[in-house]
Design a protein around this ligand. Structure first.
Ligand code: ATR
Length: 281
């Protein structure tokens, strides 16, 4: 008997908005592979059954999105050490009967910058990260894997920035979002990890005049692709990297684990997802 076609999916609540099925289906078609990738809505009360749900459904693994990334980290049989440090997983796969978990958000963040702003991570540079939530944690961890001099964490609620700075160690410093205008003068890269600018809503009340002319500005928000922050940065002639590439790159490692081929993030995949965002975002 031949093995059934591998089945994977994305677990979340709600999960209708997820673009992951679009990305994985594109790669499945491109490689002409038998397999599927589905949306798996799982209510918060049911997440404790994660392993059985996947096993009983014949899944080879899954992505995990909000609000289940932290719960899934507690439910796996093995967790990749960086994901354990974050306490959050976004990629699950089986090895025999063991459910394994990793977090590819930081990888996706770095790969996007490497692709779209090559040379951005010169040794000794300084980063300013806006926000201190779950996305911020993954990004700070990723930045610290490169040769950064310092990472400023600025947050509306300063206590959360302080807690993160303490957790990630001496290269991190904490500040209030309201102090951004002055702290920005130190930045070689500015990263927005907050929801400010999503769907065109909200804006920062500081300008980017203090940023150095060679600075890179990146936003994890990708609806719209060109957020208000990126528009301002582009107006100043700074290098801008939108958030779509992070979404595309974070998907690659899971695809390879489940379907056995290493996918590429290409302009044509980007266009494919952009067309869908244009229709529904
Ligand atoms: P995620 O997992 O996407 O990071 P989160 O953990 O809820 O989401 O974190 C949201 C982040 O966006 C927080 O840093 C939050 O600031 P507070 O900690 O002060 O709440 C930030 N944020 C959300 N809305 C914001 C706004 N209108 N202005 C500034 N920061 C905002």
């Amino acid at each position: 008997m031949t093995d059934p076609a591998p089945r994977a999916g994305v677990i979340g609540w709600p999960v209708d908005h997820s673009r992951s099925p679009l990305i994985h289906s594109y790669w499945l078609d491109q490689f002409d592979l038998a397999g599927s990738y589905e949306r798996l809505p799982i209510e918060p009360d049911a997440i404790s059954d994660l392993k059985h749900i996947l096993r009983d459904g014949g899944f080879v693994g899954a992505n995990v999105t909000l609000p289940h990334k932290e719960s899934a980290a507690d439910l796996v049989d093995w967790i990749d050490p960086p994901a354990a440090e974050l306490g959050a997983v976004n990629t699950l796969w089986f090895e025999g009967d063991r459910l394994m978990g990793a977090n590819t958000d930081g990888y996706g963040f770095l790969a996007n910058l490497d692709e779209r702003a090559p040379g951005w991570d010169r040794p000794g540079i300084k980063a300013v990260v806006l926000g201190a939530g779950g996305a911020s944690r993954a990004i700070i961890q990723a930045l610290l894997h490169r040769d950064f001099d310092s990472v400023w964490i600025l947050n509306r609620t300063i206590e959360k920035a302080e807690a993160l700075a303490e957790r990630f160690g001496r290269r991190c410093r904490a500040g209030a979002l309201s102090d951004a205008a002055t702290i920005l003068s130190e930045a070689d890269i500015l990263v927005n990890t907050t929801a400010v600018g999503m769907k065109g809503e909200g804006s920062f009340d500081f300008g980017l005049d203090g940023l150095r002319s060679g600075a890179v500005v990146t936003d994890i928000v990708y609806t719209p692709l060109e957020t208000g922050l990126l528009q301002t940065a582009r107006g100043r002639g700074l290098t801008c990297v939108d958030g779509l590439g992070m979404l595309l790159h974070q998907a690659g490692p899971g695809f390879e684990k489940w379907f056995g081929r290493r996918p590429e993030v290409t302009e044509s995949l980007r266009d494919h997802v952009l067309k869908d965002l244009g229709r529904t975002a």
